[in-house]
Every structure is written in C-alpha cells, then in structure tokens.
Design a binder for this molecule. Structure first.
Ligand SMILES: C[S@@+](CC[C@H](N)C(=O)[O-])C[C@H]1O[C@@H](n2cnc3c(N)ncnc32)[C@H](O)[C@@H]1O
Length: 316
C-alpha cells in the first residue's frame, strides 16, 4: 500500500511514527491491530508491508476502516469483535501465530464527537456509551439501576473520583424522581456536586468510569494482554497505547511481571527463575508524544506507548 495518510475526520491516530519504529512491521509479517478505529495505525502497518488483521467491537469503526483500507485488498482483513476474543478471530482465519500486535485503548474521536453514542458531556445525547451496541447495558441502565455502593465503587475505582460518595448520593436521590436518560442531565448533576476547577469538566472522571464499566474495559485489557502474548511468535512485538493512569498501570504491571527474568524474596535463600517471564521489555519508560504532535493533536497529551518483545524459545 502507498504511504499512509494518518489524518482522518474519524480519528487522528497518536504516536504513529513511534508505533512503526518500535513494532518494526515488514513484508511477510502478520500484525493484529486490536483497536482498529478509523484505521490510521493499520494504514501505517500496511504501508510498511505487513499483513493486518484489524479488530474492533464497534460496527461504525469496522465500516469506516474497511472502506478506508479497501485498496490493501487481501493484505487487510477486519473482524468485528472484542480484542479479548482475539483467539476466536485468529482461529477462524486459520492463523496460529502473529508477528506483532497493537492496542490503542479507549474511544475514538468519532465515538466521542458523535452525540448519539453518549460518550461526551460536551453535547447532549442518550446516556449510552456502548462501543458495541450488542452489549446488554447502557450507561443509563447502570446509573438508574445499580445500588449506591456499586455506583460509588465504579466512580472510585475506574474514575479515581475523590467525590465518588457525594456524587453517588446525588444521583441516587435524583433518579427517584427522574431517571437519567441524557449525557447533559448527568453532567449537570455531577457539576451540582463538584464545582468547576481548572480546565477539566467536573464530570470527566464520572464519564470515564461509566464508560469503563459499560464496556468492561479493564477486564478486556487484562484478558487481551494474556491472549495476545500467547499468540506472539518468538521475536514478535506487542505495543499498547494508554490514555489514563488506571489502564497504564495494568499494562505496566503486566509487562513488568512478564519480563522480569528472576524473582527474589527475603525468605528465599536465592533468586529463582520467573516462570511467567516471556517478554523482553523494550520501553523502560513509556514513550510519549513530541512537541510537534502535541501541537497538532491535543489528544496525544496523555498517550503512553509501552512495547514488549516475545522471548525466543517459546516455539510456534
Ligand atoms: C483510540 S481508538 C483506535 C484508533 C485507531 N488506532 C486509529 O488509528 O484510528 C479505539 C478503538 O478501539 C475500539 N475498542 C476499544 N476497546 C476495545 C475492545 N476491548 N475490543 C475491540 N475494540 C475495542 C473502540 O471501539 C475504538 O474504535
């Protein structure tokens, strides 16, 4: 495929040069892009000569990327699925092992900007937040039906929201008289408890937390990391781009645990080999966007890329 044009109305990908440099795709290799979105990263992997299997659970992303990357022909295939189900997707394609994989977590600009998807507190839309419209529960379902303790746990663990308890009390009281149905209704209720400070909207953390709960994001990430790791050929690379500390922590810990050759504990007479060590950590510190990219794409501000390589000796 010809050189990629990573600009897209649908989504502007982050850290594209870094992804290509550190995943080092080339002709003859098979890569999985587990979060296809608008196909920006996939286009770059294809342009480097790799074959790409693109996964996304969002119907609109699959349609967008399939149209955009049609010129790649058989070099590109798209599958609508959660990346935690990568095994089923690869088995159906008859692919046992892959040479590289990318996860670019979270939501696309299109998902955020499209009011009907319900991800944004900036516009009024139905309180939905499902990336996959086959999922059974919307954000409104959670806000209106979960018990207070569970809602508070979601805001606290997935949003690190310090005012989780007060916000929950407000929502539980308000929903008795008027169930929550729209994004702006929820944003206003949160803002009535947590006044504006600085640049971030007070509902930012609550929206992030609900999105993560609706889509089971941390569970998919934990499962996905293990399943992608198991599919990598020796020397194969896995890159993950995160956008907030909660998901970055999961990736960082998994990569550390899986790349530490020896384990030691005070009670052991000597260090022991780590049976879980299957990776070499390529990025000791996460890679972040440079000044030019930050200026062109403010969304790159919080992006962190971490990359590991599968050790030799874990045969096909
Ligand atoms: C940040 S965007 C990816 C953008 C893409 N790299 C590009 O260049 O356009 C994240 C995409 O991943 C999808 N996604 C998030 N979590 C997913 C999961 N667990 N399984 C499948 N797709 C997921 C979202 O639907 C969204 O389209």
């Amino acid at each position: 495929m010809s050189a990629p044009d990573s600009r897209s109305q649908y989504h502007q990908p982050v850290l594209v040069a870094e992804v290509v440099e550190w995943l080092a795709p080339r002709a003859g290799q098979i890569f999985v892009d587990g979060t296809l979105g608008g196909g920006g990263h996939a286009a770059a992997l294809l342009a480097a000569g790799a074959e790409v299997i693109g996964l996304d659970q969002d119907r609109e992303a699959i349609a967008e990327a399939t149209a955009r990357l049609a010129a790649a022909g058989r070099q590109f295939r798209a599958v609508r699925t959660n990346f935690a189900e990568v095994d089923t997707a690869l088995d159906a394609l008859g692919i046992a092992q892959i040479d590289g994989a990318l996860l670019d977590l979270g939501v696309s600009s299109h998902q955020l900007d499209e009011p009907t998807r319900g991800f944004s507190f900036q516009t009024s839309g139905p309180l939905d937040m499902r990336m996959d419209d086959r999922l059974p529960r919307t954000a409104a379902d959670l806000v209106n039906s979960l018990g207070g303790a569970e809602l508070e746990r979601i805001f606290f663990t997935y949003g690190e929201e310090p005012a989780a308890r007060r916000i929950t009390a407000r929502l539980v009281r308000d929903r008795l008289t008027r169930p929550f149905t729209t994004t702006d209704q929820l944003a206003a209720a949160v803002e009535s408890v947590v006044p504006r400070h600085g640049r971030a909207h007070p509902a930012t953390r609550v929206f992030q937390a609900l999105r993560m709960a609706v889509n089971g994001e941390l569970e998919a990430l934990e499962l996905g990391l293990e399943r992608f790791a198991a599919r990598l050929a020796p020397g194969g690379r896995l890159g993950v781009i995160t956008f907030h500390s909660i998901e970055d922590r999961v990736v960082k810990h998994c990569f550390k645990r899986r790349s530490t050759p020896m384990l030691d504990r005070p009670e052991w007479p000597e260090a022991r080999p780590n049976p879980d060590c299957i990776f070499r950590l390529l990025t000791r510190k996460a890679l972040t966007a440079g000044a030019d990219e930050l200026q062109a794409n403010p969304r790159a501000r919080s992006a962190k890329l971490r990359v590991v390589e599968r050790n030799p000796g874990h045969g096909r």
